[in-house]
Write a new protein. Structure first.
Length: 380
């Protein structure tokens, strides 16, 4: 028969208090990370890398992030990116013998435990006061998953996100003075984008969308509210997109009717361009491509013929211009060229053989006459 130890009331109270204290301690330990993550606000501190040498100057600013998961690892990645860009500058600068400078800045778009989005901009000046060569570097990162965010990871796999963002950018840019439709178009798959609380910002350099490189770059904002149905549920921005209440001037795009919605926007944008510049063959050609995608072959063929005619007119105009600027002139229009009088040569011209013989004969006769005269005078 087993014997159960009998505890005194005082001992039983102490045991119950010990168990209760242990359970409370475990609860505090397990809830502490949640409490810290809920109460910690992300902070961004400014840091810099500076180098000053006789032939070059480096002044690159970058952010140090606190208050997000794996912040130390994120800061290490950022510093590595900055050092890599500085190394590229220094490697290229070693072949130069003039002074140059390398400056870097950044703009933080959003910093949360789910998303860190930063856009770096670098300016390389040679010499330091000259016109800069500008390059950009977007940095979109998910701290919780420790992975880079790409456009492909944002949208569902069945969504042609390059076409989507290109058409949305086009429909916005055609209403801006700087935009010109070119053969390259608005290809929004170069990963130059940043994220915010309300949408995706697509950045275009001045050489991509404007008529002159002196004009500023362009940014197109794509609201989450317009593309929420196209986002991947596993994307780190999906929860933010569902809660986004930003202004949305675009229609809501759906997977079922996406092709028709994009086609309508693209055709309207190219039609707007054609109304402004009716000799833009590329606008006709691109609008024809969309007509063809939507099955409107007759309209597509009309646009293709118009584009081909404009191309021929452009080639003819180029040929005439080149012919006008050419140095070759038709024979009936060539001016009469009067040959220039050659200057007299300082070198004596060679004497012909008959002239030389005549001179020799005259000299001989003169010497003979002189000899006869002298001899006659001596006889007298």
């Amino acid at each position: 028969m087993s014997h159960t130890p009998h505890l005194k009331p005082t001992q039983r109270t102490h045991l119950e208090l010990s168990i209760l204290f242990a359970l409370n301690a475990l609860a505090v330990v397990y809830s502490l990370p949640c409490y810290v993550s809920a109460t910690t606000t992300p902070h961004v501190h400014k840091a810099a890398i500076r180098k000053h040498e006789p032939l070059y100057q480096v002044n690159v600013h970058y952010p140090e992030i606190e208050g997000v998961p794996h912040s130390s690892a994120i800061n290490i990645k950022i510093v590595k990116l900055m050092k890599a860009r500085i190394k590229e500058f220094l490697t290229a600068g070693r072949r130069e013998t003039i002074q140059s400078s390398f400056d870097g800045g950044y703009k933080v778009s959003i910093t949360t435990p789910e998303i860190v989005s930063i856009r770096f901009q670098f300016e390389n000046r040679c010499p330091p006061g000259g016109r800069p060569l500008v390059t950009v570097l977007p940095f979109n990162y998910c701290p919780k998953r420790s992975e880079i965010i790409t456009l492909g990871s944002i949208f569902r796999k069945s969504v042609p996100y390059a076409d989507l963002l290109s058409v949305l950018s086009l429909s916005e840019l055609v209403h801006r003075r700087e935009f010109v439709v070119t053969e390259s178009g608005t290809t929004a798959n170069n990963e130059d984008f940043t994220l915010s609380k309300t949408g995706i910002d697509i950045h275009f350099g001045s050489e991509e969308v404007v008529n002159a490189c002196t004009l500023p770059e362009q940014t197109v904002h794509v609201p989450y509210a317009a593309v929420c149905d196209l986002l991947s549920p596993s994307s780190p921005i999906y929860a933010i997109a569902l809660q986004s209440q930003g202004r949305n001037s675009l229609p809501k795009f759906t997977r079922r009717n996406l092709e028709n919605q994009l086609g309508a926007l693209a055709i309207a944008a190219y039609s707007h361009t054609i109304n402004k510049t009716q000799d833009n063959a590329e606008a006709y050609r691109k609008r024809g491509n969309w007509y063809k995608r939507l099955g409107q072959n007759a309209l597509a063929e009309t646009d293709f013929k118009r584009a081909a005619k404009l191309d021929d007119q452009q080639k003819t105009a180029t040929t005439i211009t080149e012919g006008t600027n050419s140095t070759e002139v038709p024979a009936d229009r060539q001016p009469i060229v009067v040959p220039k009088k050659q200057p007299a040569s300082t070198r004596p011209s060679p004497i012909s053989l008959p002239l030389a013989f005549s001179l020799c004969l005259i000299i001989a006769l003169m010497l003979t006459a002189i000899f006869i005269v002298i001899k006659t005078m001596r006889r007298k």
